[in-house]
Design a protein around this ligand. Sequence first.
Ligand code: MRU
Length: 354
Amino acid sequence: MENIDIQIHPSLRTVDWKDNKVIMIDQTKLPNELVFVEYDDFNQVANAIKNLIVRGAPAIGVSGAFGLALAVLQSKATTKDELISDLDSARKILFATRPTAVNLGWGLKKVMNIAKSGNSVEQIKQLVISEAKKMAEEDIEINKVMGKNGSVLFDDNDTIMTHCNAGALATVAYGTALGVIRATRESGKNVKVIATETRPIQQGSRLTAFELKHDGFDVSLIPDTAVGYSMANGLVNKVVVGADRIVKTGHVFNKIGTYQVATMAKQHGIPFYVAAPLSTIDLQTKAEDVIIEMRNGAEVTGIGDKKTAPDDIGVINPAFDMTPPELITGIITEKGVATAPYEESIPKLFEANN
Ligand code: MRU
């Protein structure tokens, strides 16, 4: 395993825009190598989202926006209508990559609306690029405010469990759930973290454990099967996870296994928090209509390149699950913390937005 020089990479920036190119950390290579990839074609960005080179709801929202920024540069359009039509074709390709996180559609829509407000080809190009860059910077700011809002819910010497990766690597930087943990430490409290491995593709061990260790946290890794043991034996004080989509009833869609962690937390009287920006909240869609992405069985029948199951075995591999509101102690956002009844508290977050 190659040693990553932390002095060269003091903080992780997952997605960036430089010299008319999109720069991303290739997350499929972590934790063994910290490799940055550069794209100048929106199709490459779509491919990166589909193949988890970039992943995590806010990170794919911003990546989608940067994909459209590349599309305006690639377009040969000479009129506004032609450019909007080229952009819309790119939007469809980017949108088709992953179905569950609402941030992708949110980011694409935001940029399309800005594009439509432009009058000339040149103006639209500038508007699209500057909007995508602005979204990336705002993502970091939002995470910092969310972190502060959440930090008051955590105490000195807490051990906090998290699932999957909702950190700098799932956003542009700082993170949502891990942003709350960062802000808690920045407020002077001492915290430890337990990260679940998060099978099948191990965002917990490959990304969360890497990211927290990189930033000097006391982090312990557990197999997903040790969640109950850890809670039953008093090793966990609180849980915080991210979200891919939250609907207005407070049902939370997040990485597969979140529902099990939340159920266990309820069983042991451990507070279970979700941290997510308003861009992850979908007031339109009903819980039963959210599409759960089903991924390739090979993620389950092997670990990395090593086969760990018999040939031709049937596999069920949902990438996300739904945690019902009765298991959730609070939803931490940049506009405050929503608590039950969520049907009342979630819309209020948007009023506070005005
Ligand atoms: O399949 P992934 O790795 O994109 O899933 C990511 C998650 O489920 C995260 O927990 C979620 O996006 C929150 S990220 C701030």
